[in-house]
Design a protein around this ligand. Structure first.
Ligand code: SD4
Length: 322
């Protein structure tokens, strides 16, 4: 009798405990889901803080990534993005950018010249046209028609660097640590919506007309609101060949966590010629709000803001050398 009573009680005890455990689990998941998060490539602290400002005011992930991407676009000291970006080998600055929202809408501009905020033009391509990509003169015309103004994006410092490069004039579009800053930025807002943006002036002293991975949906950026989002920086040609960001989201669909998915995508680059020499870095975020990154070579920092808490992190890499 006593024994039966004991079993009965402990049975109830365990069942109750189980319910509490489940409730606690549910609570922590929903709290995590409510949390707003943003992650960006390199030490783009100002950019993620700008994105965070939008998220903390209950703004959308889309507006957050746009606000974040605009920061390096207008920073004259950032030599890989927008104003201040190094020009191509003809001395002209040309910009690539892409954006995606939580509904899977996408917009990009390729080879855009003379417009300060390619990310905002890309957003308008997404919102105002039935298209995804606008390139070159057409993209510029579209921007001008929509109130953007033309301006010279070549800063004196970038021109000086170009003139120095010209003295040697060796065509080897650099992808060393010093020429990186392209921003890929992902965000999840408090309604759980995911968006991403990617913007760049591309490789320093590239061929006129060269386009990298950043504006190519699936390569430089991919967002699937049900699964997660990813973005890339580094040698665009390598990222394009492996459709990097899309592959990361697909791996997350198969339940891989963001860091592992980035690592797998990096390993896929190894069969590309020269893979021990160039750099690629990936960042990713899944629907549950987990973030991760991985790079081919060492020296790939990235930044995260999770409900107001800023972190500068160093990604793990396949090769130890920078
Ligand atoms: C490109 N992925 O155009 C860009 C370059 C880059 O930091 O990431 N630079 O290939």
């Amino acid at each position: 009798m006593q024994r039966r009573k004991f079993i009965k009680h402990t049975g109830i005890g365990f069942a109750t405990l189980g319910i509490f455990r489940d409730l606690a689990k549910l609570k922590s998941i929903s709290e995590k889901d409510r949390g707003a998060i943003t992650i960006a490539t390199w030490n783009n602290k100002k950019a993620v803080m700008a994105a965070w400002e939008v998220l903390s005011a209950n703004g959308s992930a889309l507006d957050a990534v746009e606000a974040g991407a605009r920061i390096p676009e207008e920073d004259p000291l950032d030599t890989s993005v927008g104003y201040g970006g190094y020009p191509d080998r003809e001395g002209r600055v040309s910009l690539d950018a892409s954006i995606m929202d939580h509904e899977g809408n996408a917009g990009s501009v390729f080879f855009l010249q003379g417009i300060l905020h390619p990310i905002s033009v890309a957003k308008l391509v997404m919102q105002k046209t039935p298209h995804v990509y606008l390139a070159g003169e057409g993209a510029k015309l579209f921007a001008l028609e929509n109130g953007f103004e033309e301006q010279n994006l070549l800063t004196p410092a970038a021109e000086k660097a170009y003139l120095e490069w010209k003295k040697i004039n060796k065509y080897s579009p650099k992808i060393g640590p010093e020429q990186h800053d392209t921003i890929g930025i992902l965000a999840k807002d408090r309604s759980g919506r995911l968006s991403g943006a990617c913007t760049t002036s591309g490789l320093a002293f590239k061929m006129h007309g060269r386009v990298g991975d950043s504006p190519i949906i699936g390569s430089g950026l991919f967002v699937d609101n049900k699964i997660g989002a990813a973005s890339a920086t580094g040698l665009g040609e390598a990222v394009i060949k492996k459709v990097g960001s899309f592959s990361i989201v697909e791996m997350m669909r198969n339940k891989m966590n963001p860091e592992k998915a980035c690592k797998k995508a990096i390993e896929r680059l190894l069969d590309i010629k020269g893979s021990s020499e160039f750099q690629v870095g990936y960042i990713a975020m899944n629907k549950a709000g987990e973030t991760g990154a991985y790079s081919l070579r060492a020296g790939f920092p990235y930044v995260v803001v999770r409900e107001g808490k800023f972190e500068l992190l160093e990604s793990k890499s396949f090769f130890d050398k920078k």
